[in-house]
Design a protein around this ligand. Structure first.
Ligand code: ADP
Ligand code: ADP
Length: 228
């Protein structure tokens, strides 16, 4: 199992009730899963726990069988890519191509691999025409594609996207769906954190519903003979 949460709880200081509690969850490395739930249900908290940004107050989280507390944030980040709700927060380079190259350059990637990888992602996400453009001048949908491409270029095994349909019209949502299916075809696992039920219904093979910090339902846990 890629990620495993066992009896995980987290409480913010000065809060009487925990933000999430009793979370048992296993995520495979492939496929599209979604976490849905109303505002305040614990989606962001759960995501931060999975990224190792917050330490569990109770329970254990395992990444590839090792306790997440044994990894540095950078090590978790190499395995789990995170796409912010607002792509503006993660785009900071002078050009689209540099944005995709950034993580690879940091990892000391050689020039030939770098060029090949950047070209691959520019083509794959249909951004080649913008390779020299300033990222923040792109449209919302293009910025989002670039944010996904830049995170993917680091080749994480798994991708978490926070509210990926925010600010996208119906047409751009359809495009995003196509791109995310492409990501899944690359063999990467995807976790969508969203309150866009229609989008999630179309995209995800597994839907986890959070309410008041607890898992209310998990479509994976429907036993044999589950009817509606
Ligand atoms: P969601 O992402 O589903 O909106 P959150 O994980 O942000 O849910 O919030 C879960 C609960 O934790 C809410 O009651 C929220 O007010 C609380 N919470 C979230 N972040 C903080 C924080 N930094 N400090 C205190 N309470 C927080
Ligand atoms: P989301 O769109 O993911 O639900 P929120 O609007 O719930 O995000 O939260 C935005 C940010 O504010 C998060 O980083 C969250 O941790 C923080 N936050 C949420 N609720 C509280 C709170 N009650 N006190 C302090 N920070 C909070």
């Amino acid at each position: 199992m890629f990620l495993e949460l066992r009896q995980v709880a987290f409480s913010y200081p000065q809060k009487t009730s925990p933000a999430v509690i009793g979370i048992n969850l296993s995520l495979k490395k492939s496929g599209i899963t979604a976490i849905v739930g109303p505002n305040g249900s614990g989606k962001s908290t759960l995501t931060k726990l999975m990224l190792g940004i917050l330490p569990a107050s109770e329970g254990q989280i395992y990444l590839e069988g090792r306790n997440i507390t044994e990894y540095s944030l950078a090590e978790v980040g190499r395995q789990i890519g995170y796409v912010f709700q607002n792509p503006d927060l993660q785009l900071f380079c002078a050009s689209v191509a540099e944005e995709i190259a950034f993580g690879l350059v940091n990892q000391g990637c050689d020039v030939a691999t770098l060029e090949e990888r950047v070209n691959f992602y520019l083509d794959y996400f249909e951004l080649a025409a913008y390779r020299k453009s300033f990222p923040l001048h792109l449209s919302q949908g293009e910025k989002q594609r670039l944010a996904i491409a830049a995170v993917l270029a680091n080749e994480p095994e798994f991708l978490i996207l926070d509210e990926p349909t925010n600010g996208l019209d119906a047409y751009r949502k359809r495009l995003l769906e196509e791109y995310l299916h492409k990501v899944a075809e690359l063999g990467r696992g995807i976790l969508l954190v969203s309150h866009d039920i229609a989008f999630v219904d179309r995209m995800a093979e597994r839907i986890i519903v959070l309410a008041n910090g607890q898992i209310q339902s998990d479509s994976n846990q429907r036993g044999e003979g589950y009817l509606c």
